[in-house]
Design a protein around this ligand. Structure first.
Ligand code: GLU
Length: 490
């Protein structure tokens, strides 16, 4: 079926994660593309939980998956928590549906109960291996099969294992030989369906029109097509997404290459809009120079045709760049709120801490970070404390490096600081601005040298080798504190 044949049908996409714990960025990107496509076409986006592999299930993952999607602003229209016309949305609660379709296949003579024990199958496997041919269950399909009582695996009978051809919206025309098709299991002996079977039934019942998923499912696609045919189902469109590659571009991104749980990025102070923008661009590009796309712009620009075939690299530096761009665009009050949230508790609870001071240094902090987690690091490294309390100044550090070898270096420094006080004292409180302070201090610096004068003032105010320039420090600290700190070091 060609892509445009369903043009008039309402678009329905779904994200169908298995609740196995970790919410990898790759999974989130799959959800994002499916969501963008549904939103763009005024369609429906479904969240379905594929929890039929009870052994791999990790407690708490369903909540975790939902939290990650909510954080990013990917809202589903139907799902386990909100219900919908095709409820339930947990596969483990849909067993009746799978049994119904299984029975239909049995009635058509297209599915049968597997009579073999694991040991018997092992013998067949071993024989095939010895004869150096692929093991195919269908070579051993029994003449007479027992009636399926739900305790044996139920298998699909592959009648014509011919060449399978299909069209992938991203990869184009694909095909696989007969060896890709075998009598595969539909329902396991524990009564749960396999992924191969369950997702076909769910997609059918939920009216899914477009499937977007990872490339590891390509090799199983002939099986899915065999099932569509056996059940006379119209095949939904399939779009295989490119893998997310490790930064070196050589292998898929794995935990060892720094793949993190999506919510770790929230905890490190990345912004959801930045994350969404960044993820959208790994494996898709609308073309053109623009890189910053709001949610609405992404929805408008998104097209399956522009999804790449080959993998996109996960580059955390690029994520930082996006995040910084989004931080810069935030309202200063929001920047303040984020910064405060990411300041360690002991810092906020210290007696010298004040919100008003934090508000004054918000722009300084914003200039120096790519994500808000760095605020905590700055605080721990002592890079913020001097705004809130008088620093201990080391007199060695106070002298500009070029003066250090001079006998009277310390004396000269004292003299410059004295002159600085004199000139600063003359500034009226209402004129105490960065520009005015700069103008006055540069007068002295012009006489004795920039480093000679500005370095010790900066150190007197911050107690540190590295800090913002003395003019912004002085303007933030205010006249009284500035003069007092310089006096103290003299
Ligand atoms: N439950 C499958 C997975 O984790 C979903 C595949 C699909 O989208 O069809 O990854």
């Amino acid at each position: 079926m060609k892509h445009d044949e369903t043009k008039n049908k309402k678009v329905v996409t779904r994200f169908a994660p298995s609740p196995t714990g970790f919410m990898h960025v790759g999974g989130v990107r799959t959800a994002l593309y499916a969501w963008l496509y549904a939103r763009k076409h005024g369609g429906t986006f479904i969240l379905r939980i594929e929890d039929t592999d009870k052994e791999r299930e990790v407690e708490g993952s369903i909540g975790h998956i939902m939290e990650a999607l909510k954080w990013l602003g990917i809202k589903w229209d139907e799902g386990p928590d909100i219900g919908g016309p095709n409820a339930p949305y947990l596969q483990s609660e849909r067993l009746d549906s799978y049994r119904k379709y299984a029975q239909m296949l049995i009635d058509k003579g297209l599915a049968y109960a597997d009579p073999y024990t694991e040991e018997e199958l092992d013998v067949f496997r071993k024989k095939a291996e010895d004869e150096k041919r692929p093991f195919l269950y269908r070579d051993h399909r029994p003449e007479n099969t027992p009636t399926w009582d739900g305790t044996q695996p139920l298998r699909l009978k592959i009648e014509n294992p011919d060449l399978t051809k299909w069209h992938d919206l991203v990869r184009g025309d694909l095909s696989a030989g007969p060896e890709a098709l075998d009598d595969f299991v539909l329902i396991k002996s524990d009564g749960y369906p396999t992924y191969n079977f369950a997702h076909i039934i769910d997609d059918l019942e939920m009216g899914v029109t477009h499937i977007m998923r990872a490339d590891e499912f390509i090799s199983s696609t002939p099986k899915f097509l065999a099932l569509y045919e056996a059940l006379s189902i119209e095949q939904p469109h399939i779009a295989t997404l490119p893998p997310i590659m490790a930064p070196d571009g050589k292998k898929k991104l794995g935990k060892r290459d720094g793949a993190k749980d999506t919510l770790d990025y929230r905890n490190e102070g990345y912004l959801p809009e930045a994350m969404m923008n960044f993820l959208a661009f790994i494996g898709w590009n609308p073309g053109g120079e623009q890189e910053i796309y709001s949610k609405d712009e992404l929805i408008k620009a998104f097209e399956i045709e522009k999804i790449h075939v080959s993998g996109g690299k996960f580059n955390e530096e690029k994520l930082k760049w996006f995040n910084k761009e989004y931080i810069k665009k935030m309202h200063v009050d929001d920047q303040f709120d984020y910064i405060k949230k990411f300041l360690p508790e002991d810092f906020k609870n210290a007696p010298y801490y004040e919100d008003t001071t934090l508000a004054k240094i918000t722009h300084i902090i914003v200039d120096r970070i790519t994500h808000f987690g760095e605020v905590g690091e700055m605080a721990k490294a002592g890079e913020l404390e001097y705004f809130f309390k008088d620093p201990n100044v080391d007199s060695e550090m106070l002298v500009w490096k070029k003066l250090k070898d001079e006998k009277d270096g310390l004396e000269k420094t004292k003299k410059y600081l004295g002159e600085a006080i004199e000139i600063l004292e003359q500034i009226n409180i209402e004129d105490w601005t960065e520009d005015e302070i700069k103008h006055c201090l540069m007068e002295i610096a012009g006489k004795y040298g920039n480093g000679e004068v500005l370095w010790p003032i900066r150190v007197a105010l911050s107690g540190r080798e590295k800090s913002p320039d003395p003019f912004s420090l002085a303007s933030i600290l205010g006249k009284e504190k500035t003069i007092a700190r310089i006096k103290k070091v003299i």
